[in-house]
Design a protein around this ligand. Structure first.
Ligand SMILES: [Zn+2]
Length: 217
């Protein structure tokens, strides 16, 4: 049965991801005098074979938009401790242009959900396709992302899924921004660091190649 407060959210065997995340959210994380953990699901941002993503509003005196990702398959029991570790590492890195994960939960079936910051922005490839960004400028925006990935690797951190949907142009700053940092790795704990590193580099290369192709046509 769907959750009455979050009717469009995926429910796995009666457990609503948004309700579980309300419990997992830190109440003082945004320093509001009367912090609230209440979440309202706005719209689905994407539905995929492996996971769904929703835009979520965190209610309160100054409402914030967040991004909820919920996987269709179960994770192992260490998922939440890996998430806590990732969260700490990303906090101490303090890289701008990387969205921070805020909370995670597992439902009764073991399917994880993660709540991250949300910043408005479109995938860099879509910006070029729609003619709103010159391909040459997009390739230039990708440069700092390549440097960011190298910095992450030097810290032992891996993005894990550098694909076009995870590299967006931030509507506010105009800079490229990485979504879902490290989340794929939470689902694949046994992957070797060297494999993760080469996947990241291949992802950046593929993205840069596809932007260059768009430039030619
Ligand atoms: Zn709910």
């Amino acid at each position: 049965m769907a959750c009455q407060r979050h009717p469009i959210a995926a429910t796995h065997r009666g457990f609503c991801a948004a309700c579980l995340l309300e419990d997992a959210l830190a109440p003082v994380e945004d320093n509001e005098p009367t912090p609230t953990k209440r979440l309202t699901i706005q719209v689905p941002l994407g539905r995929g074979a492996r996971a769904d993503v929703y835009l979520v509003r965190r209610d309160g005196p100054s409402p914030r938009l967040l991004r909820l990702k919920t996987w269709h398959r179960a994770a192992d029991v260490q998922f939440l401790s890996r998430f806590g570790q990732l969260q700490k590492e990303l906090e101490s890195w303090a890289a701008r242009d990387v969205d921070r994960p805020l909370a995670a939960s597992l439902d009764a079936a073991g399917c994880p959900s993660v709540l991250t910051e949300f910043r408005q922005g479109l995938p860099i490839v879509d910006r070029v396709r729609s003619g709103r960004l010159a391909a040459a400028d997009a390739v230039a925006l990708l440069k700092p992302i390549g440097a960011l990935i190298a910095q992450a690797h030097a810290r032992g951190l891996f993005h894990g899924s550098v694909v076009s949907g995870n590299v967006v142009v931030d509507a506010e700053s105009g800079r490229a921004r990485l979504l879902d940092f490290g989340l794929t790795g939470l689902m694949e704990p046994d992957e070797e660091p060297s494999v993760r590193a080469s996947k990241d580099l291949a992802g950046i290369q593929a993205l840069s190649d596809s932007l260059r192709l768009l430039r030619i046509h």
